[in-house]
Ligand binder design. Structure first.
Ligand code: MSP
Length: 494
């Protein structure tokens, strides 16, 4: 068993915001979860940065730096944020690294030799900020269909990759692999786009127009189009080509490419076709998540409506931030971000439900049993057996929710955990332990506390992937020889 999971490579023209952190938190949660299931050495989480292209060159110029020097500083900001957010990546790849450049050149050579890359004259529309060519059929009012900024008319010779040659293969692959593109609404979206004939992809930029990129190995007057360059990271990080052009890697095929819905086309069309042309297996699943919105708009630097993850982490803590992003919207849909929404979730789910349960249980053990962990006892009552059954079933419920078939439904997995939290809280209220104590029903009191501890332990273990620090704090409490109530985990915000 192995699980290879990737995040997009982030452009380094701007500091990371909540939207970027979302993909990495989701990827980290899955990676941690898979490590718990299959062991540390079975999981590889790859993230990194996309450092070539006009956007980066321009940002560097504005900062008065050369692109590489500029990249070196911004990369540190990304790495710092990932550390703060507990992102347990195994590898961080930068597209300016030699291992990546070598692989990109090798891919270009192989495809050129094979005749899948050819030189042709191009005339059409070009969006410089997006670095994308647009056919006239998609451009109206001389505006980019993606970013709505003005497009330019360009006329130049360029190299093209024969996407069109493999269109039928791709359509068939999507039809026969229901987990290839998820959620299924995105799969349908791609299939509907594929009803039109694909235009071949322009994969070069003349050096005189754009110099910050990887040189084409067969024509030094061109550099590689940034998307063609960047997608290759997923194989350049984890393997190599042999002298017969065969690719070898312990990790490939990727089990999951996590991306935002805005970059699905590149991942679900260009990338699988590139791989197929190279004779490399396609990834198992490409999952497109939704956007975090501010009001009606996508949170993004160009719209100037970004919130820094640090603001939220400083106020509420990392785990609260992780919990909110994973719980507040089903994975795949858009969500609205606001501090009020975070506070609401904090007070209800964390302070009221989870925090209260842990605090009450630990205090009862401190008070009724002088901190001594209760001995194991068999369940007797119906309520007790129900909780016991829920504890036993929880792992498979989480496993189901976090499968590709169920669209890695973090929110639903958390709901399953909270079902146990709520059952345990109700159990306390209904059992009324202070009466048991008064009536000296010690056996029942111990049974009650034992079961609560067992429930909390399962809850903490299940939360490890979602809220690693919180889970650790709870488990540490439980491992002590003398249990004390300690500080409240999530004091209510008023
Ligand atoms: N460099 C390309 C990806 C190349 S992958 C080989 C890129 N970079 S990006 O920095 O612009 O975006 C990276 C990711 O952040 C994308 O998956 C994008 O969807 C995600 N997000 C950016 N803003 C977002 C929100 N407001 N909400 C959720 N995710 C969003 O594209």
């Amino acid at each position: 068993m192995k699980f290879y999971i990737t995040t997009p490579l982030y452009y380094i023209n701007a500091e990371p915001h909540i939207g970027h952190s979302y993909t990495n938190i989701a990827a980290d949660c899955l990676a941690r979860y898979m490590r718990q299931l299959y062991g540390e050495e079975s999981v590889y989480l790859l993230t990194g940065t996309d450092e070539h292209g006009q956007k980066i060159k321009k940002a560097a110029q504005q900062a008065g730096k050369d692109p590489k020097e500029f990249a070196d500083t911004v990369v540190e900001q990304f790495k710092h944020l990932w550390k703060v957010l507990d992102i347990s990546y195994n590898d961080f790849i930068r597209t300016t690294e030699q291992r990546h450049i070598n692989t990109v050149k090798r891919v270009l050579e192989i495809l050129y030799r094979k005749g899948d890359i050819y030189l042709a004259k191009y005339e059409g529309w070009y969006c410089t900020p997006c670095e994308t060519f647009w056919p006239s059929s998609q451009v109206s009012k001389e505006q980019c269909p993606d970013c709505q900024r003005p497009v330019e008319r360009v006329k130049e010779k360029n190299y093209f990759f024969r996407l069109s040659k493999y269109q039928d293969w791709l359509i068939n692959h999507i039809h026969t692999h229901p987990c290839f593109i998820r959620p299924s609404v995105r799969s349908r979206e791609i299939l509907s786009f594929l009803q039109q004939p694909l235009t071949d992809l322009c994969i070069s930029r003349p050096r005189e127009r754009l110099s910050w990129g990887i040189e084409l190995p067969f024509d030094s007057s061109y550099v590689t189009y940034v998307w063609f360059d960047a997608l290759i990271n997923y194989i350049s990080a984890v393997g190599t080509f042999d002298s017969q052009d065969r690719y070898h890697s312990r990790w490939w095929p990727a089990d999951l490419h996590l991306v935002g819905k805005d970059i699905l086309r590149q991942h679900a069309i260009y990338w699988p076709i590139m791989l197929y042309a190279l004779g490399i297996e396609p990834p198992k699943t490409i999952f497109a998540h939704g956007w975090w919105l501010m009001g009606k708009d996508k949170m993004s630097k160009s719209r100037g409506n970004i919130i820094s993850p640090y603001t939220i982490v400083e106020r509420f803590g990392v785990d609260v931030y992780r919990y909110f992003l994973l719980k507040d919207v089903p994975f795949g849909q858009d969500g609205h971000f606001s501090e009020e929404a975070v506070i609401k979730r904090f007070n209800s789910d964390l302070a009221n439900d989870l925090g209260n349960l842990v605090h009450r249980t630990l205090s009862m053990i401190e008070k009724y049993l002088e901190g001594k962990p209760p001995k194991e006892r068999e369940c007797r009552d119906r309520e007790e057996t129900e909780i016991e059954r829920k504890i036993e079933n929880l792992p498979s419920q989480i496993r189901n929710s976090l499968s590709a078939e169920n669209d890695f439904n973090f929110a639903f997995a958390l709901e399953q955990i909270w079902e146990l939290v709520n059952m345990a809280n109700k159990f306390i209220e209904e059992t009324k332990p202070w009466i048991l104590l008064k009536e000296k029903k010690t056996e029942k009191l111990e049974r009650f506390l034992f079961l609560l501890l067992k429930a909390i332990k399962k809850i903490a273990e299940s939360l490890q992937a979602f809220m690693p620090q919180t889970a650790r704090v709870i488990l540490e409490h439980l491992e002590k020889e003398e249990i004390k109530k300690g500080k409240a985990l999530f004091p209510r915000i008023r």
